[in-house]
Write a protein of this length. Structure first.
Length: 318
C-alpha cells in the first residue's frame, strides 16, 4: 500500500490543474486510500481476535475466505502455494474493500473555482469535492497495485531460483549465481530449445536473431501483464462509479423539479417528475447491486491473476 500512496502523491495535475497535494481531488484520494488500508487492518485485527477453535462472527467469515484463497493457491502450486496466501489475501481484501466503498453514499462539499471567485457566479462555478473517493476509481491506485503484483511475482520467482535445493536425478544443488541465470533465462525463452534443435549455419545465423526477438517479446509480455492488471480494474470500477454518479445526479435533479412543480401548483407535472425520480431510484438500486457483484468479481480476478503469475515463475520446471 506504500506504493499506492507514493503513486498518488506524485499524481499529475487533477481537476483544479494543480499537481500533487495542491489538488483537493488528489488529497482526498490519498486520505481515502489510507482510510481503506486502516479499515482492512482493523477488520483483520478484529477477525484475529474472534478466531479460535470455533471462530465466530467476522472471524468465521475471514477464516472461510482464507480457506478459499488457500485452496485456490494449492490447486495452482501444490503445497508450496500456502506461502503466498497471506499476500494474495491482502491484495484481495484491499481491492474488495476499495471497490465496495464506492457503493456508500458520500456527501460532497462545495468549493468555488478561481473563475467563480472573480466573476462572482458561484451558482454556476462551484465544484463539488467528495469527502471520500473510492481508491480503485483512480488509475494511480490501480497502477500502483499492478506494480506491487508485478514486483511480487518477479521477486518470488527470483527468490525461488536463488534458493539452494536438490536437483531431481542429481546429487548437486542449484541456487546462487546459477539460479539467478536460470531466472534471467526466461527472458529469452525458447532460444535454448532452438539452439539444441538446430544445427550448422541455421544455428549460428538464425538463433541469435530470434533470441533478440524473443527478448523483446518477453519484455512486452511482462509489461502487458502490468497494464492489463491496472487497466482492467480501473476501467470496470471507474465505469460503474461514473454510471452511479450520473444516475444520482439525475435523480436529484428530477426530485428538485418535482418539488418545484408541486409548489407552483402543477400537480401533473410534479407527479411526472416524481415517477421519473422513482424510475431512476430503481435504476440506481439495480446499478448498486451490479456494482457490488462487479466489485467482488474484479477483486477476484486481480488476485487470481496475481496467483497465476506467481505460480508460473515458481514452477519447478521454470
Amino acid at each position: 500500500m506504500i506504493h499506492s500512496l507514493g503513486a498518488l502523491y506524485l499524481a499529475s495535475a487533477g481537476a483544479t490543474g494543480e499537481p500533487g497535494f495542491a489538488d483537493p481531488a488528489n488529497r482526498t484520494l490519498v486520505v481515502s486510500t489510507a482510510v481503506m488500508v486502516a479499515v482492512v487492518v482493523l477488520l483483520a485485527w478484529v477477525a484475529r481476535r474472534r478466531s479460535g477453535l470455533v471462530p465466530t462472527g467476522l472471524g468465521a467469515v475471514v477464516e472461510h475466505l482464507y480457506d478459499w484463497v488457500d485452496e485456490l493457491a494449492r490447486d495452482m502450486m501444490g503445497k508450496q502455494g500456502r506461502r503466498y496466501v497471506p499476500f494474495a489475501m491482502s491484495i484481495f481484501l484491499f481491492v474488495l474493500a476499495s471497490n465496495w466503498s464506492g457503493l456508500l453514499p458520500v456527501p460532497k462539499f462545495a468549493e468555488a473555482t478561481p473563475a467563480a471567485q472573480h466573476a462572482q457566479e458561484s451558482a454556476e462555478q462551484m465544484v463539488g469535492h467528495p469527502l471520500f473517493e473510492t481508491p480503485t476509481v483512480s488509475f494511480n491506485t490501480t497502477l500502483a497495485l499492478a506494480v506491487i503484483s508485478f514486483l511480487s511475482f518477479n521477486f518470488y520467482g527470483l527468490k525461488k531460483n536463488l534458493e539452494s535445493r536438490p536437483v531431481p536425478g542429481h546429487g548437486s544443488r542449484r541456487g546462487g549465481i546459477s539460479g539467478f541465470v536460470k531466472w534471467l533465462s526466461h527472458f529469452w525463452e525458447p532460444t535454448p530449445m532452438l539452439w539444441r534443435d538446430l544445427s550448422g549455419a541455421m544455428r549460428y545465423l538464425l538463433v541469435p536473431l530470434l533470441a533478440c526477438l524473443f527478448i523483446v517479446l518477453n519484455l512486452v509480455e511482462e509489461l502487458a501483464r502490468l497494464l492489463s492488471l491496472s487497466i482492467r480494474l480501473y476501467g470496470n470500477i471507474s465505469g460503474e462509479h461514473e454510471v452511479k454518479t450520473q444516475l444520482t445526479a439525475s435523480l436529484s435533479k428530477f426530485l428538485d423539479q418535482s418539488g418545484t412543480a408541486f409548489q407552483a401548483g402543477s400537480v401533473g407535472e410534479g407527479a411526472g417528475y416524481g415517477v421519473m425520480s422513482l424510475l431512476l431510484w430503481g435504476s440506481s438500486f439495480f446499478v448498486l447491486c451490479v456494482g457490488a457483484l462487479a466489485g467482488f468479481i474484479q477483486a477476484f480476478i486481480f488476485f487470481v491473476l496475481t496467483l497465476s503469475y506467481i505460480s508460473h515463475v515458481v514452477a519447478e520446471d521454470h
